[in-house]
Structures are given as structure tokens and as C-alpha cells.
Write a protein that binds this ligand. Structure first.
Ligand code: ZN
Length: 606
């Protein structure tokens, strides 16, 4: 059998100078990114906080039998038709998400490898072993055709265990996955069908994927992909997989944050349940006149939420005026809020309106309201109760129609108890409190925020980083973010500025050494990467070695153990390249190999 030519599509593209838009499995090269090793490296466990990540996607390690149980209950309670639809669509979402991961993480990879990555991810996730028989695509012509073998299908295992061998194919969610993955990459509907299945008695399952138009009648396929009840149930809007929405595979983009605005500085981004809960409260109160009080730590995005509230309220065409009460000196706050008449005090050379007047008809956002003096609190209360303000030094009362939205990072109730905040004002403001959780309580949003700020900062600074290294992603997911979203944004801005163009942002581009604990550095595999060698990273590493496993029971350092460890560290650091490892320690390759061999011999009495 003739072997396919070992030439990569990237090579073809280089030679022809065109962007790669078509290819086939004959061009697929085993060793090119994303390899199985690359994909495996994207998977990491974070048992300390109860999470598993596949790059930026939270994953579950689930018993196949539990999935089988759920599957069986779905079939038994809903019937085969509806159960098949649910599972197909859930598979679709998984495939679309994996496609998104590959597209973003390996944006430069050539198309054949990107298509292949789906088969590898499906295997990595423990679902099924996929062997491509052939595939061929042409993005410009809009054609795709592929044929694959599926072995060890987990869905078949469970189906057969529950129902035995039957007459219908049963790898429903896997078909959905393949459809979601390829459709998301291709931007056009590619339908997969399982033409042979273990659940029908075949030895392996065989699937064919084809551009929708090439199949002819796809009514039955669509019936499982496009159920109405699924759309209704899915609040974060799973995509009806048609050609228009296929590329916009939704889970990331259909959060309440997706409204496009010219200025996205205050865009709110998230998909976590804590975030969604806050958004639901926001949507509920936006249409009313109620005063809203945002509480939460510094940096959680209170102003962004306030702006969002204004934007989705009936006042959206009117002004939004923000005042940070803590930033204005006590002596000026009154004239800032209520305005001043000429001659009211020395320096008041002309009359000017206050923020209340400027916000007339719109929304006035009072940040850090807890810092207002008791005198200012009294005047604010009056403005809220009467809907009237009086300029400093003025005699007229001015009617204003202002919705007040306030925010605080201190416990106002405690301030009331301490006599520092007026109780009547507190109750007036606290009509509809919305608590914004700190970032560490909405960790699921970190990847979304990383993506959001990367794009924004890269555009703002005219830089072109390729993304984040896996280590940098791990560091962000482990970090506590005491400064919340503002801090995350600053880290990413620093990363965007520090990283060279065309390079992925790494830990050292974002974090300073003192920001990460030793424990965190070990967890993310970045020990020793945050200080340059001339700052003493190597000595530090040696000290680590000395203080670590080399100490015997008597607390002494064993030179043999130290040598063994040094040799091993050098070999590991060079990925097993002994010549390179030897150079590192000033040895010849032969010397290094000899010492390594000797060190590995069982130590008598050790
Ligand atoms: Zn099957």
C-alpha cells in the first residue's frame, strides 16, 4: 500500500504562499501541533479547588456507568427519540467547545491537524478511539467528506449493557460531538452519520461526515440537532446548528455580556452561576425606578455593572454620571453633587451644575458611598426623598429625575451600627442590593475574562501575542486575585506589553515573583522561571535541591543523592537529550551517561 506523501499542509502553504484552505488526510502529519502530547498537556487537575481543566474549559471526570445510568433513565422516561435528541445536542455542544479550544489555542496549526485534533480530544476525553480512514475538505468550495472508525465507544458499552444488541446505531452523543466539532471549524453544517455500530452487532462503529448539501435529505439528522425544547431550556443559548450560527458556538458568547458596544471598557463578562445570578438580579431591577446598591470587594466591577444597569434600563438614552465619593475632597463633595452658584464661596467665580443636575433623566452612580460625611449623607437623603436639589449658595430648588445607583466595598450595616452612616439613608439606598462575588468565587469566568482582556489589551496596545502558555493559564487559574477583575486585567495588560509579538504570554510576563507563593509555582510547574539567572535563580534552585529530598534521616546532605538528583534534573530539563544535559553540567556526553548510569544503580543500604 502506498504511503501518503509526508508533506505538511503548512509546508504546502509556505511553498505556494497561500493560506491553507483545503487539504486531506494524506497531508496530515503525525508530529505536528496539536499532537496528542500537546492536547494532553492542556488537561490538568486542580483537586485543591475541585476542578479539572482542559485548557480553559472546565471538565468532569465521570463514571462511564453513571453516564450510562443517566442515559438509560433518559431513554426510559422520555423515549428513545427525545433522549437521542438530548444526547446528540449535548454532544454537539462538547464538540463545538473543543473546536473552539483548538481554534484559539492552536490558531497557527494547519487545517488538517486541526480537524484531526477533534478525534484526539474525543479519545483523550475517554469517549472513543477514532481512526480516520480518509477525509478531504475544501473550505472555498464548501466541501467536506470524512470516514472514520470508532473503537471502544463508551456509549456503545453502556447501551449494550442496558439494552443488548439491537437494530439501531447508538453512538448518539458521539455523532453530535463530531458534527459540532467539524461544523464549528468549517463554519458550515457537516452532518455525521453512524452507518455501522457495535450496538447493531458490528465489530467497530463506522461513521461518515459530509457537508449537509452533499447528503441530500438531512431532515432526520436535523430533528435530533434542533429540538425546540432544547433552545428554550438552554439559558446560555446553545446553538441551533445551522450554517449561520455554526461558527458562533455559543456557550462563550451568549452570556449577558455579548451586547456589542462601541466602548467595551465596561463590558461585563462571565458565565459562572455566581455571575449569572448577579445578571439576573440586574435584569430584574433594570426596568424599575428602584435605587440599587452594589456591594462587593474592590475591583469586582461594580461600575461596569452599574453602567450595564443603565444601558438596559429605559434611561439608556439619557446621561450616566459616575462619581467616586472617595476621590473628591470632603469640602468639595457638596458642590460636586449639587452644583454651586457664583459667589457661594471664594473661588466660585461662576455657577455650575452638579452631578445630580447633569444626570437629570438618567442614572447617577455613587461609588464608595460609605466614605460620605454625615453632612453630605443628609443632603443626599433629601435629594433622594424629595427629588430636589439646591446648589451651594443658591436659593432655588431644582427638580431632578435621577435614578441613584450606589456601590460600596464596606459593610454599610456595620457603618450604621458604628454611627458613621445614617440609618435612614442606608434603608433608602438598600432597596435592592446586588452582591457582586469576588473573582475567586467565580473561577469559571477566569478563562472568559482572560480571553476578553487579551483581545482588548492586544488591540489597545497594538501587540500580537498568540495567546497564553499552558503554564500561564494554570497560573491564572490557581491565582487568588485579591484585586479581583481589576487585578486580572492589569496582569493581562502587563503580559500583553511584556511578551514579544508572535509569542504566547507566559507566567513571567504577567506575574512578579512575589505575587506567587512557592506552592503556586510548584503547582503550575513554573519554579525558577520568574527570576532571571543573574538574579540568582540557579543558586536558589541549588538551595531547593539541598533542602529537599537529599537530606538523610540525620539531616545531612548526601552527595551521592545530590549528584543523582542533579544529573536527573539536567536530563529532565533537556527532555532526555543527554548531550545537552551534559553541556549544562560541563561534562562530556560520555561522562554524563556514565555518571547517570552509576547513579541509577541501586544504592547499597540506601
Ligand atoms: Zn456505535
Amino acid at each position: 500500500m502506498a504511503k501518503p506523501p509526508r508533506i505538511s499542509l503548512a509546508e504546502v502553504a509556505r511553498q505556494t504562499g497561500t493560506m491553507l484552505r483545503r487539504g486531506d488526510s494524506g497531508h496530515f502529519v503525525e508530529g505536528q501541533a496539536p499532537t496528542m502530547a500537546d492536547l494532553t498537556e492542556s488537561l490538568f487537575f486542580s483537586p485543591g479547588d475541585g476542578r479539572i481543566w482542559l485548557n480553559d474549559q472546565r471538565m468532569l471526570l465521570m463514571h462511564s456507568s453513571a453516564m450510562g445510568h443517566l442515559r438509560r433513565e433518559l431513554i426510559d422516561t422520555l423515549g428513545t427519540e427525545r433522549a437521542r435528541g438530548l444526547l446528540t445536542r449535548a454532544g454537539y455542544v462538547a464538540g463545538a467547545r473543543d473546536a473552539q479550544l483548538v481554534r484559539e489555542r492552536w490558531a497557527q496549526a494547519d487545517a488538517a491537524n486541526v480537524f484531526m485534533a477533534g478525534t484526539r480530544l474525543h479519545a483523550l476525553e475517554g469517549v472513543v478511539k477514532v481512526t480516520p480512514l480518509a477525509f478531504d475538505f475544501d473550505i472555498d468550495r464548501g466541501t467536506y467528506e470524512g470516514e472514520f472508525l470508532w473503537e471502544h465507544s463508551s456509549e456503545d458499552d453502556e447501551h449494550i449493557a442496558a439494552y443488548g444488541i439491537g437494530t439501531e446505531a447508538a453512538c448518539w452523543s458521539q455523532v453530535g460531538y463530531a458534527t459540532g466539532y467539524v461544523t464549528s471549524l468549517f463554519g458550515q453544517l457537516v452532518i455525521f452519520r453512524e452507518i455501522e455500530c457495535r450496538s447493531m452487532g458490528a465489530g467497530v462503529c463506522r461513521v461518515i461526515g459530509r457537508h449537509a448539501a452533499a447528503w441530500g435529505d438531512i431532515g432526520e439528522d436535523l430533528r435530533y440537532l434542533e429540538a425546540k425544547d432544547f433552545r428554550r431550556l438552554s439559558t446560555t443559548a446553545s446553538p441551533p446548528p445551522d450554517t449561520e450560527t455554526a461558527l458562533a458556538n455559543v456557550p462563550h458568547t451568549a452570556t449577558p455580556s455579548s451586547q456589542a458596544t462601541g466602548d467595551d471598557r465596561h463590558e461585563i463578562v462571565g458565565a459562572s452561576s455566581a455571575f449569572n445570578s448577579a445578571c439576573h438580579q440586574l435584569a430584574r431591577v433594570a426596568g424599575t425606578r428602584a435605587t440599587v446598591l452594589f456591594t462587593g470587594e474592590s475591583g469586582v466591577g461594580k461600575e461596569a455593572f452599574a453602567r450595564r444597569l443603565h444601558r438596559i434600563s429605559a434611561r439608556t438614552q439619557q446621561p450616566f454620571i459616575a462619581v467616586n465619593c472617595a476621590a473628591i475632597p470632603e469640602t468639595l463633595i457638596e458642590s460636586e453633587l449639587f452644583g454651586v452658584e457664583r459667589g457661594a464661596f471664594t473661588g466660585a467665580t461662576q455657577s455650575r451644575p452638579g452631578r445630580f443636575e447633569r444626570a437629570d433623566g438618567g442614572t447617577l452612580f455613587l461609588d464608595e458611598i460609605g466614605t460620605l460625611s454625615l453632612v453630605s449623607q443628609g443632603k443626599l437623603l433629601r435629594a433622594l426623598q424629595e427629588g430636589e436639589v439646591e446648589r451651594v449658595g443658591g436659593t432655588r430648588t431644582l427638580r431632578v429625575d435621577v435614578r441613584v445607583v450606589a456601590a460600596t466595598n464596606v459593610d454599610l450595616q456595620a457603618e450604621v451600627n458604628a454611627g458613621r452612616f445614617r440609618e435612614d439613608l442606608y434603608y433608602r439606598l438598600n432597596v435592592y442590593p446586588i452582591h457582586l462575588p469576588p473573582l475567586r468565587e467565580r473561577r469559571d469566568d477566569i478563562p472568559l475574562l482572560m480571553n476578553h482582556f487579551l483581545r482588548r489589551e492586544a488591540e489597545r496596545h497594538g501587540r500580537h501575542p498568540t495567546g497564553y502558555t499552558p503554564r500561564a493559564v494554570r497560573a491564572m487559574l490557581h491565582y487568588a486575585f485579591p484585586g479581583n477583575i481589576r487585578e486580572l486585567q492589569n496582569l493581562i495588560e502587563r503580559g500583553v506589553i511584556s511578551a514579544e509579538d508572535g509569542v504566547a504570554i507566559d507566567v513571567a510576563h504577567m506575574f512578579r515573583r512575589e505575587q506567587l507563593s512557592d506552592e503556586a509555582l510548584l503547582a503550575i510547574g513554573a519554579h525558577g522561571t520568574l527570576t532571571s539567572p543573574k538574579n540568582g535563580a540557579e543558586p536558589q534552585r541549588l538551595l531547593d535541591l539541598l533542602s529537599g529530598a537529599m537530606r538523610g534521616n540525620d539531616g545531612c546532605v548526601s552527595l551521592d543523592a545530590l549528584e543523582r538528583r542533579l544529573l536527573q534534573e539536567a536530563a529532565d530539563a533537556e527532555n532526555g537529550n543527554l548531550a545537552a544535559a551534559a553541556r549544562k553540567l560541563g561534562l562530556t556526553r560520555a561522562q554524563f551517561a556514565y555518571r547517570l548510569e552509576k547513579a541509577r544503580e541501586p544504592q547499597a543500604g540506601a
